[in-house]
Write a protein of this length. Structure first.
Length: 384
């Protein structure tokens, strides 16, 4: 960093951490970000109430996207720190306060480079709402005309407490899974347990559906592929001495392969149809589309590796993708993407808690690598 001070980074990150807001309600967060952009003398667009798009001008007609998400989670913070969340029951437990901070720092650096006419690529720096729910990236793409720009690549960073400070982690191809949901509503017929033959048992149908759905990865999908079909909710019955009339199952589907997802979707429907016939229950399955898999472009990967090295970070190529979901995948609609992680683990300070936990913590010093990484990504364009 040449123009941004560590004290600024701490002030940005700690204000955002103290004031977390849930998806599509990031009003104070957005006000703060826009005020900081005003201080930098930068113009921006507001395609959504809590989405902010900053344009930094370089040479030529081409653009890249640098993106940070800004929403928080409904988690009560358990950290004993001065800048603990003031919004009880809401916390930046996924590090989006750090993401917004890194992008503010990168904008501050790149705006100075732009003023000196040394920037060889135009930049759209995006503060995106609602990554944790509602698919904010997709909402933004629907509400903003990205087609008016010649975008040749989109980049994002996510903190990762699995890796030590000073590391940037990525891979070619899938790095995050698609995240879809399924639900099954089952209707039977109630009867007194003493006359159970007069009823139709919805719980029996639910048990069969659960068992058969869990077997899909074993018997219907390529065994070399990694897939998860997880049923997290099962409800059935009304009282303990009657035949259950109603049952409900709900779960998530995680996969990297579009063809695998299509097979899973087809098999869930077929299983429900078969169980409906065998149990006489009315069975209604629902597949809810979520986030596609995040697939990193091969053509951007060398830029990511080189930018990490120039940022004095240790670049790590991750062997396997994560079975976590991320809506940055939607940016793949407009250009090739690269999604990387930045390590924030500090064993000495005990900063080892995972994402989506009430004790996630990090040092702002670790974010300097992310700011410099974004700057080096931008500087790499036009140098080919």
């Amino acid at each position: 960093m040449k123009f941004t001070k560590l004290e600024q980074i701490k002030n940005w990150r700690r204000f955002l951490h103290e004031n977390p807001e849930l998806s599509l309600k990031e009003y104070k967060t957005t006000e703060f970000i826009r005020n900081e952009l005003d201080k930098m003398g930068l113009e921006y667009e507001a395609p959504m109430d809590t989405a902010t798009v900053v344009k930094l001008y370089g040479k030529g007609e081409k653009y890249i996207v640098l993106r940070a998400d800004i929403d928080a989670l409904p988690i009560k913070e358990m950290n004993d720190i001065e800048f603990r969340s003031k919004n009880d029951g809401v916390m930046h437990a996924c590090g989006h306060d750090a993401h917004a901070t890194m992008l503010l720092g990168a904008i501050n650096e790149l705006s100075e480079i732009s003023k000196s006419k040394d920037l060889d690529i135009n930049i759209l720096a995006i503060f995106q709402p609602s990554e944790e729910s509602f698919g904010g990236a997709n909402l933004l793409i629907e509400n903003y005309n990205f087609d008016k720009y010649e975008i040749i690549g989109s980049f994002a960073l996510h903190i990762n407490p699995d890796y030590e400070e000073g590391t940037i982690i990525s891979r070619i191809g899938p790095i995050m899974a698609s995240c879809n949901e399924f639900a099954v509503n089952i209707k039977g017929k109630s009867a007194h347990v003493g006359k159970r033959e007069e009823g139709i048992n919805a719980l029996n149908a639910a048990i069969q559906i659960y068992s058969q759905v869990q077997a899909i990865p074993t018997y219907d999908l390529d065994s070399k592929h990694t897939n998860i079909i997880h049923t997290g909710i099962v409800r059935a019955g009304e009282v303990m001495n009657s035949v259950p009339e109603n049952a409900f199952l709900e779960g998530t589907i995680r996969t990297y392969d579009k063809d695998d997802f299509e097979i899973i979707e087809k098999r869930i429907v077929e299983i429900c149809q078969g169980v409906s016939l065998s149990t006489k229950c009315e069975v209604v399955p629902e597949i809810r589309a979520g986030y596609p898999a995040v697939i990193n472009s091969e053509i951007l990967y060398d830029k990511s590796v080189n930018a990490a090295k120039k940022a004095k970070a240790n670049h790590i190529t991750r062997k396997d993708p994560y079975l976590l979901g991320e809506d940055f995948s939607f940016f793949g609609k407009i250009a090739p993407i690269n999604y990387s992680f930045i390590g924030v683990r500090n064993n000495e300070l005990g900063y080892t808690s995972g994402l989506h936990t009430p004790t996630l913590q990090l040092r702002e010093e670790a974010l300097i690598f992310g700011i410099d990484y974004f700057v080096e990504i931008a500087k790499s364009f036009g140098k080919e």
